[in-house]
Design a protein around this ligand. Structure first.
Ligand SMILES: [Mn+2]
Length: 292
């Protein structure tokens, strides 16, 4: 039985968490795709999970007037514990600096994992502006609050882990449950259902993500803006929440996603892992064996 099989789970908040994103409408191949603005966050340079190669590939295929780095670009927490730095991480940092030097307006909004940069807000580092938050005006005049989002987070990281538990976890839980309760019985304790507890936790996780989205949308609304652009929860999303646009640019650890604004003010979420898969598939089919 799947974890979400209970009827009361069929609320709007029970939408699938790992919704597949589309390929960019104009798949950039030979030419560079040009966007008005690009939003990236949760790159987590300094961790093994960081997909720097994918990000470098993305950066090599796009051009933009404005680039927003929406927090958790460098993982200072992890680096403090143990130093882990790849040459590719340098390449990413250099790519951002080169963009700024070449005329792209680069704004860096630190998150909670790179909060050390929050001491430097207002500074400009080699053309990169450090700001606590920003208001981005789209080509069509709509205005968006750009913020990392950890300020509105409860225990979302833990919640998200639970939200990703699937059927396998439920089966596994049943086994653990049996062993666990056999032990409890021997010790004279009453039966306790781990699967019921897990089910409740998953439901809470979905609610927690919902709360995050509602809180951020609410903040944008309170300020009279048309929406919010954020990161932090590693969950790319673009939907209307409380009457305003909620857009989360995702991450470069679990998925490889970016939010882009086209020159006409249209926003789009790009799944770069899917782009790279598509390109690889195309290169495979075009490889023709010529008989001798
Ligand atoms: Mn964060």
């Amino acid at each position: 039985m799947p974890l979400d099989a209970t009827p009361d789970h069929a609320s709007p908040s029970a939408r699938p968490l790992a919704r597949p994103l589309g390929l960019p409408s104009a798949l950039p191949m030979a030419e560079k795709a040009s966007y008005r603005a690009v939003f990236l966050s949760d790159i987590h340079l300094g961790t093994r999970g960081c997909n720097a190669a994918f990000l470098l590939d993305f950066l090599a295929h796009i051009e933009c007037e404005k680039l927003y780095l929406v927090g958790d670009v460098v993982d200072g927490w992890r680096l403090k514990k143990s130093w882990y730095w790849q040459p590719q991480f340098d390449d990413v940092v250099r790519a951002f600096m080169d963009r700024a030097q070449a005329g792209t307006a680069v704004t860096y909004i630190p998150g909670n994992h790179d909060e050390m940069f929050r001491d430097w807000l207002g500074l400009e580092l080699r053309g990169i502006k450090l700001q606590g938050e920003a208001v981005h005006t789209a080509a069509d005049g709509r205005r968006f609050l750009v913020i990392h989002g950890d300020e509105f987070d409860g225990v979302i990281r833990y919640a998200k882990f639970l939200a990703h538990l699937g059927d396998w976890a439920y089966d596994w839980a049943l086994v653990v449950n049996r062993v666990f309760n056999a032990g409890r019985r021997r010790l004279g304790y009453p039966y306790w259902s781990l699967s019921q507890w897990l089910k409740r936790q998953v439901k809470e996780a979905v609610k927690a993500i919902d709360r995050f989205e509602t809180a951020l949308a609410g903040e944008a609304k309170r300020r009279g803006l048309d929406g919010v652009i954020c990161g932090h929860i590693h969950h790319a999303e673009m939907r209307t929440v409380s009457g305003v646009m909620y857009m989360n640019d995702g991450d470069w650890v679990e998925s490889c996603t970016a939010l882009v604004e086209h020159h006409d003010g249209r926003f789009e979420l790009l799944d770069w892992a899917a782009v790279m898969r598509a390109r690889h598939a195309a290169s495979q089919t075009s490889r023709v064996t010529v008989p001798a």
